[in-house]
Design a protein around this ligand. Structure first.
Ligand code: M6R
Length: 616
């Protein structure tokens, strides 16, 4: 949600900033802007629309300076206009600022600043903060041996209620940036004679793999030769420089048309990475290095709670199903956004899992803090190393699927399903699951990458199905048991990238309402694998057909769908119950992807969405 990047070094800043913005564009793409310091003056270029538009705008400016900041916006306060695009400049022209987050008390701040003669040219909350920094700079000209620039930012931030990741430049301080964070992600890249501030690693990976993850309440002051980190309370922080393991290739499209397509096809390798090193030597259970709980402590838990948002929440539902089914331990699942406010009663021996690809989703971070405040241990299931959620959790399981750039989550989701299946196994083997069943289960998990490859081989068929169904404006997704969350996921995927209205339901719920939607105009994607309740699934499809609803049936190899019930069939390999949700997800990812392409939609940057939702 908004991407920010800043550069201090010896190169022309604008080139590096624009490259960084292109890589951050998935975080927001309403408008973009850049501010460069040159000759003790701040030059700004900004434009509504994609970074491409900004590139054209920049060509009209002479931006040659070697210090600058840039931003790609996902609008919160104020419409999508050039004036509301970042960077925002203080009315005295001394400061420019980029911001990711929400300043909740901006209205009172603005009233105060107006009374002091500051003027405003946008509707944003951000402009209040940049003017407040200018106010403190004027008010306290003496900072002693401290940097006056850093001190005015620090003092201004003491008055902010809300969330922020910011980077600021000052016309009196050439070659310097001050950046700070509270609940919005921010990292510092430490390169060869240069520093890069960014919302995430993708913006700086082409220049350095050495990064410092800033913590909440920290400010970093970057000068051409060094950087220093302090807390809001002015304590010095000793920085830890981490080495990022992935390289720039992971953030490039290669021969694919879209990141979503690339990430769907990366799933076999991604799932192998998620599993690597995580099975016991006897091959009968899972093992996790980062839980920071001994098996004895783990065994004492009598309940698990999972929180997540969107696709991650669907992964939580599958984990619930598998843990209850195989380990017979009760599981609670909550939307992160609901959990943090609804004061759920829970038993003392509950362990929380916060599921988040980005590790920066503000609602999940809020849920984590609420669970910890109540005294629970919290684990993170997370893909981004060093993210806020990973850092604040007591332990966790990294997904290791590499960067996910497509706004629609694909490989991160199937990897979360894999982690859930492994946790279910781990708990089950501490309880009633036999050694032999454990071995079977592990074998099934290890076989998933090949099963997914088999489904991917059907891409040409699924593309043809998509061509036939792309013209509809409504669609239902129905499934039962562990495939009910996959029905929800199929519907979410389709609606977010193709704008087709889609709903997911447990198949038997159809007759309690959604059946009213069924007609020739509303097709259903129906999950009907071979299982104990196969005949009941067939009856539900009959009910759809009796109302002339078109159907796409996703079923397992060797399963006979009675004649006339399926307009299209997509077959997946027959597999262990624990891995069925992973295997069944792939066809609906491909279906949504191809439908969106067929409809000419911008698959990787769907309207109104952003990859990482860092505002409430
Ligand atoms: O980074 P997170 O996993 O916490 O993100 C949660 C959701 O915002 C995310 O899964 C969203 O629903 C995706 N756009 C789904 O494709």
């Amino acid at each position: 949600m908004c991407g920010i990047v800043g550069y201090v070094g010896k190169q022309k800043a604008v080139t590096i900033l624009l490259e960084g913005l292109k890589r951050l564009e998935y975080r927001g793409y309403d408008s973009a802007g850049v501010a460069v310091l040159q000759n003790n003056h701040i030059d700004v270029a900004k434009k509504v629309g994609r970074v491409e538009n900004l590139v054209k705008e920049v060509a009209r400016h002479q931006l040659t300076g070697t210090t600058g900041i840039a931003h790609t916006r996902w609008a919160t306060h104020g419409g999508v206009t050039d004036a509301n695009a970042h960077p925002h400049v203080s009315s005295d022209g001394k400061f420019a600022l980029i911001h990711n987050g929400v300043i909740e008390n901006f209205a009172s701040m603005k009233r105060f600043l107006l009374s002091k003669g500051y003027t405003f040219s946008s509707e944003t909350d951000t402009e209040a903060l940049v003017n407040l920094i200018a106010y403190h700079y004027q008010k306290e000209p003496q900072a002693g041996d401290k940097s006056r620039f850093l001190e005015s930012v620090r003092r201004a931030l003491m008055h902010v209620e809300g969330t922020y990741g910011i980077a600021v430049v000052c016309s009196d301080a050439p070659g310097e940036i001050v950046a700070a964070r509270k609940a919005s992600p921010l990292i510092l890249g430490v390169g060869e004679e240069e520093y890069i501030i960014a919302s995430d690693v993708s913006a700086l990976i082409s220049r350095t793999q050495n990064v410092v993850y800033l913590k909440d309440g920290e400010l970093v002051h970057v000068t051409p030769k060094r950087f220093t980190i302090i807390t809001q309370a002015e304590e010095d922080v000793s920085p830890i420089v981490n080495r990022v393991t992935w390289t720039v290739d992971a953030t490039e499209l290669g021969s694919y048309s879209h990141f979503m397509e690339k990430e769907i096809f990366e799933q076999p390798a991604a799932l192998e990475n998620t599993m690597r090193g995580r099975f016991s030597a006897d091959g009968s259970t899972a093992q996790f290095g980062g839980l920071n709980l001994s098996p004895v402590e783990f065994r004492q838990l009598d309940r698990f709670a999972f929180c997540g948002c969107g696709t991650a929440w669907h992964a939580c539902l599958v984990a619930e199903h598998l843990i209850e089914r195989f380990a017979r331990v009760p599981v609670e699942v909550d939307y992160s956004s609901e959990f943090r406010y609804r004061n759920t009663p829970l038993s003392g021996n509950t362990l929380f899992f916060m599921v988040s690809q980005s590790g920066e989703t503000i609602d999940t971070l809020g849920a984590l803090r609420e669970a910890k405040r109540k005294g629970y241990k919290v684990m993170a299931i997370n893909n981004s190393v060093g993210s806020s959620i990973a850092r604040e959790a007591d332990g966790g399981i990294y997904q290791h699927v590499g960067p996910e750039i497509g706004v629609a989550s694909t490989k991160a989701f199937t990897s979360q399903l894999m982690v859930g299946a492994m946790i279910a196994l781990y708990i089950a083997r501490m309880r009633d699951m036999s050694f032999a069943d454990g071995v079977q289960y592990v074998k099934a998990l290890k076989g998933v990458p090949d099963l997914v490859r088999k489904v991917l081989e059907q891409a040409p068929h699924i593309r043809n199905v998509a061509k036939r169904f792309a013209r509809y404006n409504d669609m239902l997704f129905l499934g039962r048991l562990s495939l009910f969350p996959i029905a929800l996921e199929g519907a979410l995927k389709l609606k977010e990238i193709s704008y087709i209205h889609a709903e997911g339901y447990p198949a038997a719920e159809m007759k309690h309402g959604p059946i009213a939607l069924i007609s020739e105009k509303c097709p259903t994607v129906f999950f009907a694998p071979q299982c104990e309740i196969f005949n009941k699934l067939v009856s539900s499809i009959q009910e759809i057909k009796a109302r002339r609803g078109p159907t796409i049936v996703v079923t397992t190899e060797g399963c006979e769908i009675p004649a006339g019930l399926a307009d299209e069939v997509i077959t997946i390999p027959d597999c262990h119950e624990a891995v069925l949700p992973i295997v069944a997800t792939v066809p609906v990812q491909l279906l949504s992807y191809y439908i969106a392409v067929e409809r000419g939609c911008d698959v990787d940057k769907p309207r109104n969405l952003a990859k990482s939702v860092t505002v409430e």
